[in-house]
Structure formats: structure tokens, C-alpha cells
Design a protein around this ligand. Structure first.
Ligand code: SAM
Ligand code: SF4
Length: 475
């Protein structure tokens, strides 16, 4: 059983606000000081692959001592290994423009920040950016925009098509996601028709009062319009949505429980939860006032990632290069399934940037500045398969994370083999000789671990053909 019947019976209505501060705070308050026994019994539910209720999630979030937290970390590690295997999907963001009418207090692009250097890429510049990304092996990208009348649904759809249509030799971006201000239902239909993968938008904070404080003006000041964005996206037929909160604004336990509440709302109203969840922590930005922030410590951050892994086990967890390398390495073990690599935040940065980060040209500071090649090498050294797979999207299998989780044997049959095959293509087309040798050593080990002889033999055959120059051989 995947969905808790209680969740399916939720009396939520589409397009209606569903967050009650009182409900979330009461649940958090009633779950103080959980005993190890309570934590163990919640973990048992999670490891049997069931969604956790808000009450169960709150018990995990309130684990404060080392012993109970260690139980949660172990369980998240186990769930990740058993369900998803040792592979990690790689992508890179592409900032299209930073004009913005809003005044989000934490963001370098806010309208009142007169030091921000404003720029929107021309079509030619977009093509150059994409070619520069393709030339190093990127296959998945998320396009990012400020909120501005110039970036309406038609314009965004146009940029998505432009990216899909851009080639560097035979290289191409196979999946284009977007992170853009919410549209009305019609607008969502427009961007869906352009073939977007995931529509991603972060609520930033689910607490209405905190929200008001950090979003004083502009379209984004309307909490309800943003809260119901995913309802409109799903109404328009986009069933691939990415939720998120910006950590450092409100109480992190409240925000994580609200993410679970949002997931319940989508499941109850549309029968499908989020494709991904993101949980960025606020980083340094141009003229950022840090005084009102409630920064989240590394220890709490690790716990909340592990709790999300257990609470919403079918959802992809995204951890961006906002976080330093060592922490990213640890969190991959606890359930993170997608990371960006080789990221440039400066607008035009893939084709043009030479030099240090300049916060007046970027939304915030990046902590992990490794190239895609370095990230790939280091993942492989640690036994993780870097995956560039976009097979589900290309073969029309939407909701890939959900299928991975819910379809028995799906990961062994599709995801692990496809991760290995796309990694081999990367090694052939973009890697140095040394990286190629190391990468193939990992592939050999992982192929030997495939327990279905028919799949193993298909993968071996495809690997030979990839070495001989064939591409796009996917299961
Ligand atoms: N303008 C659109 C919007 O606000 O929805 C697109 C998103 S914005 C370009 C991408 C995300 O970056 C925001 O939703 C926010 O969560 C995050 N962000 C903004 N300022 C940040 C900062 N100083 N540190 C880390 N993340 C930040
Ligand atoms: Fe604009 Fe988005 Fe930055 Fe807010 S977070 S100021 S909407 S770019």
C-alpha cells in the first residue's frame, strides 16, 4: 500500500489554501521528546515503504539526541540503498534572466537591489550557453528566471524549445525543467506544450506571517497564489512538479512538516505527489541582511534530509551546489538523489565566465564550484554511478521517481542499467583517459552485480556498441 488511506481521505479541495499553522504547530508540539521505541516504530513503517503521516514525521523531526538521530540516519541510508541503489542523477541550472519585480529580502535579484547587474540572455546567447553546457556533457538542465512581465509563459515556452533545439555537434540536452514564477492554468498549458520536464517552484516558507515579512511587495507577496501554483500546474496536465522551501526564514521543523502537508494535499486532490523536493539553505547574496535569518545548522540539516527521505520515500530529493562538497557527499548517502554539477550562476557564465564569483551578477554564493568532470570522477571513486538518464521522460514514462519506487523491480530493470549506459556514453564522449579507465572499472563492478542474466547480457551488448560509437541505447 503506497498511500495512507487517511491521506486519500483528506477533505482538501483543489485551489483552496491547505496550510493551517495551528494544525502543524499542534502536531509538532505533541511530538516532543520521542523515545527510541517511538522512533523505531516509525522507522518500521518507513522501511516497509509506506508514506509517513504528519504525526509520525513530527516524531522524527523532534529527535534531538544522538541515539535517536543515529537511528534515523541509519534507516534513511538503508532506504536509499535498498530502493534506489548507488546512482545519482546530475543536472545543471541555466539562468536565463534576472529582471525581477519582487523584493524577496534574501535574494540578490530583488528589485530594490540597485547593485545587481541585470541581464536577460538573447536567443543567440542562450544557444551559446547551451552549447557550452553540452560540450562538457550536460544532459539535463533547469531554466531559471526572475519574475517579470517580460518572462511570461510564451517567452518561457520559447526558451524551452530553443534549448531542446540546440546542438553542439551531436550533443543535446534531453530534459529541460523550469523554475519560474507561477502561472495561471492557461500559462501552465503553454509551458507544458513546450515539453518541460518538471515544473519547480519553492514556497520559500509555508508560514504566512514569516512569508509576509520576507516578501513585502511585488506579485510574490501573494502567499495564496504561490501556495496553489502546483494545483494549477496539475490542472493543466503537468503531473511532474517540484516542491521546496528556503531554509533560514522560518522554523525548519515547521517547514518540513508543511512540505509533507503539501505532498498530502497533492496526493489527495490529484492522486500524485511531488516528483522532487528541494530544501536550499540561504547563502550569501548581494547586499543581504543576515540579521532576520534563522540559519539551520549542519546537524539539523542532515536530520531533515534523512526525515524527508523516510517520510516521502517515492520522491526525488535535490541538493544543490549551494552546499559544500563534503556535506553533499554525506547527504547522498542519506537519500539525496539528484545534484547539480559544474553549475554557473552568473548569467552567460557557461560560455563567458572567466574568474571568481561576483555576487552582483549572481543570485547567491555557490559553495561547491567543482566542474562536472570533477564531480563525476569523485562520485565514481566513491562507488556512486553518475547518471545522465532521461529514458523515462523520453519514453513517455512520467513520474519516474514514483515508478521507480512503486513498480516492483523497476530500478533493477531500468534505472541502474540506464545509469550505467549513460555513464559509459559520458566516459566515451567527454572524459579524460584516466577518468575513462576509472569509470569503466566501476561499470564493470556494477554490471557484475546485476542479478538478472538477461539484463546483464543486454547491458554488456549495449556497452560494446557504445564503445563502437552507437548512442542512445537505453532500456
Ligand atoms: N524568481 C522565481 C521565484 O522566485 O520563484 C524563480 C526562482 S529563484 C531564481 C530560485 C530560488 O532560489 C528561489 O525560489 C529561492 O528559494 C532561492 N534563493 C533565493 N535567494 C537565495 C539565497 N540567498 N540563497 C539560497 N537560495 C536562494
Ligand atoms: Fe525575484 Fe525569484 Fe529572487 Fe524573489 S527569489 S527576488 S522572485 S528572482
Amino acid at each position: 500500500m503506497l498511500f495512507d488511506p487517511q491521506i486519500c481521505e483528506l477533505k482538501d479541495e483543489k485551489f483552496a489554501p491547505f496550510i493551517s499553522v495551528n494544525e502543524i504547530e499542534t502536531i509538532l508540539c505533541k511530538s516532543q521528546n520521542p523515545s527510541p521505541e517511538q522512533i523505531r516504530s516509525v522507522i518500521e513503517v518507513a522501511l516497509s515503504r509506506r508514506r509517513l503521516s504528519m504525526e509520525q514525521t513530527a516524531l522524527l523531526l523532534n529527535a534531538r539526541d544522538e541515539e535517536t538521530r543515529a537511528l534515523i540516519f541509519d534507516a534513511a541510508r538503508r532506504l536509499k540503498r535498498e530502493i534506489y541503489g548507488e546512482r545519482i542523477v546530475l543536472f545543471a541550472p541555466l539562468y536565463i534572466g534576472n529582471r525581477c519585480i519582487n523584493n524577496c529580502a534574501y535574494c540578490g535579484f530583488r528589485a530594490s537591489n540597485t547593485d545587481a547587474i541585470r541581464r536577460t540572455l538573447t536567443d543567440d546567447e542562450i544557444v551559446h550557453e547551451v552549447q557550452a553546457m553540452e560540450a562538457v556533457g550536460q544532459k539535463r538542465s533547469i531554466l531559471v528566471y526572475g519574475e517579470h512581465p517580460a518572462y511570461d509563459a510564451e517567452y518561457i515556452a520559447h526558451t524551452v524549445r530553443l534549448v531542446y533545439g540546440t546542438r553542439h555537434d551531436a550533443d543535446r540536452i534531453n530534459r529541460v525543467n523550469i523554475n519560474a514564477a507561477p502561472f495561471d492554468v492557461e500559462g501552465f498549458r503553454t509551458v507544458k506544450e513546450a515539453g518541460i520536464g518538471t515544473y519547480q517552484i519553492f514556497q520559500e516558507t509555508y508560514h504566512p506571517e514569516v512569508y509576509k515579512r520576507f516578501h513585502p511587495s511585488g506579485r510574490k507577496a501573494d502567499y495564496g497564489w504561490r501556495l496553489t501554483a502546483m494545483d494549477r500546474a496539475m490542472e493543466a496536465g503537468i503531473d511532474d512538479v517540484g516542491l521546496g522551501v528556503l531554509l533560514g526564514l522560518g522554523d525548519w521543523r515547521f517547514e518540513v512538516l508543511a512540505l509533507v502537508r503539501h505532498t498530502n494535499h497533492l496526493e489527495a486532490c490529484f492522486g500524485v505527489g511531488p516528483h522532487t523536493i528541494s530544501f536550499p539553505r540561504i547563502q550569501r547574496a548581494s547586499n543581504l541582511d543576515r540579521a532576520p535569518l534563522k540559519l539551520v545548522s549542519d546537524e539539523d540539516f542532515m536530520l531533515l534530509v534523512a526525515v524527508l527521505r523516510l517520510a516521502v520515500p517515492y520522491t526525488g530529493l535535490i541538493l544543490t551546489a549551494r552546499e559544500p562538497r563534503a556535506l553533499r557527499d554525506r547527504l547522498i548517502e542519506f537519500g539525496v538523489s539528484q545534484i547539480d554539477a559544474g553549475t554557473q550562476l552568473e548569467i552567460g557564465g557557461y560560455a563567458e565566465r572567466r574568474g571568481a564569483q561576483d555576487l552582483d551578477k549572481e543570485q547567491f554564493e555557490l559553495m561547491d564550484t567543482r566542474s562536472l568532470a570533477q564531480v563525476v570522477d569523485e562520485l565514481a571513486e566513491r562507488g556512486q554511478i553518475p547518471s545522465f538518464c532521461t529514458a523515462c521522460y523520453r519514453k513517455g514514462r512520467t513520474g519516474e521517481h514514483f515508478m521507480e519506487f512503486s513498480t516492483k523491480g523497476f530500478i533493477k530493470r531500468f534505472c541502474t542499467p540506464n545509469a550505467l549506459l549513460t555513464f559509459a556514453e559520458y566516459l566515451e564522449d567527454y572524459a579524460s583517459e584516466e577518468s575513462r579507465a576509472k569509470g569503466y572499472a566501476l561499470i564493470e563492478r556494477k554490471v557484475a552485480e546485476l542479478d538478472d542474466p538477461a539484463i546483464r547480457s543486454t547491458v554488456l551488448d549495449y556497452l560494446t556498441r557504445i564503445r563502437a560509437g552507437e548512442r542512445d541505447l537505453l532500456l
